[in-house]
Ligand binder design. Structure first.
Ligand code: ADP
Length: 267
């Protein structure tokens, strides 16, 4: 089993990802796709007059402050436009894909964090009314049912809280939890960069290899959202996934290239 997570940043070539996925699926490989949608969510939120608000925690992690209205816009884009766009591409390529969010069948479950600590203008504030959380549990029953019946699952945040409330969760870490739960051989985290760059945005500074027992020390090279990928990779390898690869989804055969060792390989 290979878990492929494709991000939502500008430049990602979903056609290339889907074509590569379809070819491998038809050759008999078991794969699951997890996707993001942050770039498009920002555009739609602006257009709807409810622009995104990003907050930085005291430890330096950036996340989207998700009030109820933001959550609804997030669902429109992630579960609607992006998810169905990917499912449609795969269906056109002859793959019987099924798109689900983490809420469906409680595939992704976790704790709802209603308040978040945010550093703004040098001061730490507590913001309430946040619909965010972290995936703590992956309920694989529905996924196994689908895979067993020949469907390719296409998954996306949000997750479900233990109380059944929709929560915005990080897609990279959700994919990592999924890869651990499914005992996947590999987790691919595909985005619009060649991999983890030592000196971002210099693409020539690509880090080719990260030892599995030392992932956290590479956090220092990752800024903002890239940190979540490094954290997800650390969680995946700690959970028994043999290889995590940060790969490029901007062109070509992104899945095949990553599995062949392009990008940053954590193993
Ligand atoms: P996605 O939505 O595609 O999953 P994210 O926006 O969450 O992607 O994270 C990828 C982004 O992280 C890149 O587009 C880049 O701007 C940023 N980034 C920060 N630091 C680094 C780094 N050291 N190497 C590569 N990308 C980095």
């Amino acid at each position: 089993m290979i878990v492929v997570k494709v991000g939502g940043s500008a430049g990602i070539d979903y056609d290339a990802v889907c074509a590569d996925l379809a070819a491998r699926w038809k050759a008999g490989e078991k794969l699951i796709l997890v996707h993001g949608g942050s770039g498009e969510t920002n555009r739609v939120a602006e257009a709807l007059g409810h622009p995104p608000r990003f907050v930085t925690s005291p430890s330096g992690y950036t996340s989207r402050f998700t009030d109820r209205q933001t959550l609804e816009i997030f669902e429109m884009v992630y579960c609607g436009k992006i998810n169905k766009g990917i499912v449609e591409r795969l269906q056109r390529l002859g793959v019987n894909a099924v798109g689900l969010s983490g809420l469906d069948g409680r595939i992704f479950e976790g704790r709802h964090k209603d308040s978040v600590r945010a550093v703004e203008n040098g001061k730490t504030k507590v913001l309430r009314g946040d619909h965010t959380g972290t995936v703590e549990k992956v309920n694989t029953g529905l996924i196994e049912l689908l895979l067993g019946a020949g469907y390719l699952p296409v998954l996306t945040p949000p997750a479900s809280s233990y109380e059944g409330v929709a929560i915005n969760v990080d897609g990279d870490r959700a994919a990592a939890a999924l890869a651990v739960a499914l005992k996947a051989e590999a987790l691919l985290l595909l985005s619009n960069v060649p991999g983890l760059l030592r000196d971002y945005p210099d693409e020539a500074s690509l880090i080719r290899q990260i030892p599995a027992d030392d992932v956290e020390s590479y956090l220092e090279f990752a800024q903002d959202r890239m940190k979540k990928k490094v954290l997800g990779a650390a969680e995946a390898v700690a959970g028994g996934v043999k290889r995590v690869i940060f790969g490029d989804a901007r062109a070509g055969q992104p899945i095949t290239a990553a599995l062949d060792g392009a990008g940053t390989v954590v193993s």
